[in-house]
Write a protein that binds this ligand. Sequence first.
Ligand code: CO
Length: 211
Amino acid sequence: METFYRNLLENNKKWVAENLEKDPDFFNRLKNGQQPPLLWIGCSDSRVPANEIIGANPGEVFVHRNIANMVIHTDMSMLSVLDYAVNVLKVKHIIVCGHYGCGGVQAAMTNSHIGLIDNWIRHIKDVYRFHQDELNAITEEKLRFDRFVELNVIEQVMDLAKTSIIQEAWKAGQSVHVHGWVYDIKDGLVNDLDITIKNNESLGAVYQLDL
Ligand code: CO
């Protein structure tokens, strides 16, 4: 069998042994359920692993990842994760974590045709259109790309707040804080965009649901 593939199973055995050595109760504590306080919505990019970046152990973070950390209101997978996180797990925090150098965001700045993914990236192009005056005014391409990554995260945070799931939770008095982060692949540091929202008041009037 191919070495790469065989190593995955070997690594798993080593990982189990290491964890048991540090804490013989490691798996026993996890087998009866989970109660993570955090939902992470991040990019699928292999360089942005949710747990490792924030030093989280198994059981500490509920994770949803897709290309360019998008919150798309017809995405049943995202909605199901969000509903379960908010209404069953009762997470207190949700982090949308984008990253500088995101290929999905970069593709959205160009006219490149990749394939089916063009239709996913189309949603990111909407973010460009909403902020085109600010973005087009940035002449240096690298800086424009970085700012586009940040604006995309901000839009996804607002898109979470627009969901019926989050607005119903807020209405019921549940504390859910939604944060926007950008991870920097080149140094591993997180840029907290400091846009935390805890109620629907910062949404445009038309998005505020009458609950
Ligand atoms: Co990405």
